[in-house]
Design a protein around this ligand. Structure first.
Ligand code: MRU
Length: 368
């Protein structure tokens, strides 16, 4: 997508053909800054401190991190250490493990002196594949939106609610949940997006709103608790979110608060879709609530907020009284029964083992 009119991805190979550049997402929306990852340390820090975030982009950055690590130490021990260090950065998004497993499987049989080049080539391919997967999700999601919009009695506005940031900033390009929104907007469907602010880190208010602004998509930022109200008043035509890990049975793990939106959508008869590329499916997990590890990011993100002061300076402010503890689970699980459909690169399916196995028969055994 474009930043100030210039086509831009979230991660790209630097001119030296070796290091990679990323957008530092901790500075948005108030500052657009890029930074360079030149080592395994840099890649681990970028993921852990959320300079990059969003499941597909975490996977792509991990792939490049492993490629950078192979330039430092391409021995078997170096490969094992790099895998472990990158794997430990964040626990919930399965794309991290998917990308690391993919690279390790390809690199392990190679002689050490071939590993750096092979890793870089595969990391670049993973980035390109992510763009293609998300573009396909966009087309399938567009068909869903078009059908809902054409069925609607008042076609002058099509209201979509989304939570967190599942846009191009969360992927290499296009995004997952936002890809259909961009495609619908470009196709002339009068899309308006309700953007959940997404406390505590405000990925909706800071990142999704910034993206939509850049592309000129009409939107309104709302507090996380407003969605149910708008649904009750017929002001949400569809919800669509991304996911950090979807089980073989269709349970969806996504940013904290997604579950409550799905409950409100069910109560109000609003379709609730989840957009995901297949590397986000964990075919080894069947019960999302019981089995998916939920990241705990500590109390600081709840107690404090980052933003711009009237002076133009950016600053942290404290919102809780001293001495009040805070809890901060970063994700929750929406059971498959609350999900209307999964929008994947191969099409739309029921959020169920049968639905996923129908689209991905090569994984059917795991989904049974
Ligand atoms: O903690 P984050 O910002 O990495 O969480 C991101 C999300 O929850 C996204 O919705 C999810 O990764 C899907 S991204 C296409």
């Amino acid at each position: 997508m474009k930043v100030n009119g210039t086509p831009t991805r979230t991660i790209w190979l630097a001119e030296d053909g070796r290091t990679v550049e990323i957008i530092d997402q901790t500075r948005l929306p108030h500052r657009y800054e890029t930074t360079r990852l030149a080592s395994l340390d840099d890649a681990c820090r970028a993921i852990k401190d959320m300079l990059v975030r969003g499941a597909p982009l975490i996977g792509a950055t991990a792939a490049h991190g492993l490629a950078l690590a192979m330039r430092e130490d391409a021995s078997d021990a170096g490969l094992a250490t790099a895998y472990e260090r990158l794997f430990a950065t964040r626990p919930t998004a399965i794309n991290l493990r998917w990308a690391l497993d993919d690279l390790r499987t390809r690199l392990a049989p190679l002689p050490a002196d071939q590993r750096a080049a092979a890793a870089l080539a595969r990391a670049e391919a993973i980035c390109d594949e992510d763009v293609a997967l998300n573009a396909a999700i966009g087309e399938h999601g567009l068909a869903v939106f078009r059908a809902l919009w054409e069925h609607k009695g008042t076609p002058d506005r099509f209201n979509v609610l989304t939570h967190c940031n599942a846009g191009w900033l969360a992927t290499v390009d296009w995004g997952t949940a936002l890809a259909p929104i961009y495609k619908a907007h470009d196709a002339g469907i009068p899309v308006h997006v309700w953007v959940d602010e997404t406390r505590p880190r405000n990925q909706g208010a800071s990142l999704t709103a910034w993206e939509l602004n850049q592309h000129g998509v009409p939107h309104t930022v709302i507090v996380d608790n407003a969605g149910g109200h708008f649904m009750q008043h017929g002001m949400v035509d569809v919800c669509i979110v991304g996911t950090d890990r979807t089980t073989a049975t269709g349970d969806v793990c996504n940013k904290i608060g997604t579950y409550l939106k799905a409950l409100a959508a069910k109560d109000n008869g609003v379709p609730f879709y989840v957009a995901l590329p297949s590397p986000t499916i964990d075919w080894t997990v069947r019960d999302g609530v019981a089995e998916i590890p939920i990241e705990d990011r500590g109390p600081g993100e709840v107690q404090r907020l980052w933003g711009r002061l009237d002076s133009g300076e950016t600053a942290w402010i404290t919102v809780t009284p001293e001495g009040s503890p805070a809890a901060n689970p970063a994700f929750d699980v929406t059971p498959a029964r609350l999900v209307t459909g999964l929008v994947t690169e191969r099409g739309v399916c029921d959020a169920s083992a049968a639905g996923l196995a129908g689209l991905f028969p090569e994984h059917a055994a795991a989904a049974e």
